[in-house]
Design a protein around this ligand. Sequence first.
Ligand SMILES: [Zn+2]
Length: 647
Amino acid sequence: MIDQVTIERILDAAEITEVVSDFVNLKRRGVNYLGLCPFHNEKTPSFTVSPSKGIFKCFGCGKGGNAVNFIMEHESLTYPEALKYLARKFHIDVVEKEESDEEKQQKDDRESMMIVSGFAQKYFSRFLWEEPEGRQVGLSYFRERGFRDDIVRKFELGYCPDGKSTFTEAAQREGYRMEFLEKTGLTIRREDWIRDRFGGRVIFPIHNIAGRVTGFGGRILKDKPDTAKYLNSPESEIYHKSRIVYGIFHAKREIARADKCYLVEGYTDVLSLHQAGIENVVASSGTALTHDQIRLIRRFSSNITILYDGDEAGIKASLRGIDLVLEEGMNVKVLLLPPGEDPDSFARRHSSSELLKFISENETDFIRFKTSLLLRDAGSDPMARARLITEVIRSVAVIPDQVARSVYIRECSRLLDVEENLLYSEVRKILRTRSGVAGTPLSAGTPSRVQKPAKPPEPPAGELNTEESEFLRFLLRYCTTPLFEQESDTPGKAEIITVGAFLIGGIRDEEMISDKPVFKTIVEEISQKMEEPAFRPEKYFINHPDGAVSQTASTLLAEKWVESKRWSKAGAYTEKEHEALDWLVPRILYEFKFMKIKEMLIKWEGEIAEAQKLNDDELLFELLAKIQNLKKAEKLLSDKLGNRAIT
Ligand SMILES: [Zn+2]
């Protein structure tokens, strides 16, 4: 039991951004902070923290509350446990009465397992530093490997004595129960024997993101045939191998600061890089990289550089990892070390500045990496080259962001000497078969419309830019939503202007419809059907017979509110999109027109140059007049958008 005065002291001390930023990389946005929500999977931040109100709120999944609620939710703790966590963090002494055996038992399993693991870590570390066997076998091993004592202490490395059950007996003497020793895997028990899992091994404790020990890796030192060199804790309620990366607790701040994370394979790679002064590094520790692991890293940065051995296995592992990282919308680079080196050996033989220099000079964009690798294997065999293109394109197709995809396609086209068009249509093919939705209109509910056979791949008619996508998204999503009232011809009776009418009217008057086919189709069909009472734009366009249209509509409508960077810069993201339409919709329109005007200016300025060459004064004056008008319109829009610099 914690008394009320202490509780209040804890609540006063627990500054919300300080609490949250142990787990989430927060960036300042106006008076608030913004980051990726730790409670649901998202790629665009909708998790906000308000220091003045002392609360967090996710506009994606709806979770919200104060610092205590955050810790309870994030660490799966009870209310008193979360208070104690915060008390530890903010150095507030909690006076509690001694726990009875009964109370001890009542603690839930997870917490008991954490406590047992914490005890084991301290036991193993103490043994390493203080007992003759620990020093002679364990500590001397780490020292021979070249690890400094401060690194051994920082990562709380240890040694488990080489007796049958020396550790288990010690734990039991201290009152820790067999149930939890077994559940954490520290002790293996069979009918007639008990044994320490990690006996005779040096120990690498595995910390969760909050810094608590939830599992262990142990390395055998003797040459024992048929014994695995590394042994890990088994899966348990507190240790899920696929959801943790080794070193995240020690790396998270530096990952956020450097906005970059190095990913290596093993425990000692992490240690060596730390020792060399590079602290934004984590290891997947032997498992193939998983989505959960990547998401954990993404909370702190979306830039990953994969640092693997230059041998065949390392290369294969890199290739597997790359697609996973790309799928999570992260930027990925690859660094293969010289043959025969691993990050551990390489870091030990080079100073930190040499290491950083080597990395920055040799880390390769994944496309170039994968392409050059496959090119090397394919040689001049045309079949092999065709397979190669498919392979590379497969990686490009998993990238969720359209803009990033286009950049990679361009790069690919150059490297492989294949036309961009062809690559685009390959990507589309893969996307279509993968989603199984896009390009395949759902026939249910629209029996009158028979699905056309798959069209041949279309030309890479320009993908939509941000302004066009945003325009269409608002148009599709809020077409029939009333935006504001305006006086009508009938006096005293106001006319309701819908979002659709406002947006379409805004571009129709000035002939600003984009000439991209998808954009044109959607805008034209909406303006024809808008007045029909039963018209449901979302359903209509998602089920559209034109594959490109239905694909665009699905993408735009499936996305959660991707607030454009502009909104968040303006500090307005805390409002929900649909509650801010009166402010957002005009802005969407202005942004679109602003972009359009820029396009036209560029086009006409080109025509002016032509007219000058041809000495066609009439055309020249006409164009100059047009441009003058456009510049005026541009200035007007720029004022509305907050004095954007006109370039
Ligand atoms: Zn959320």
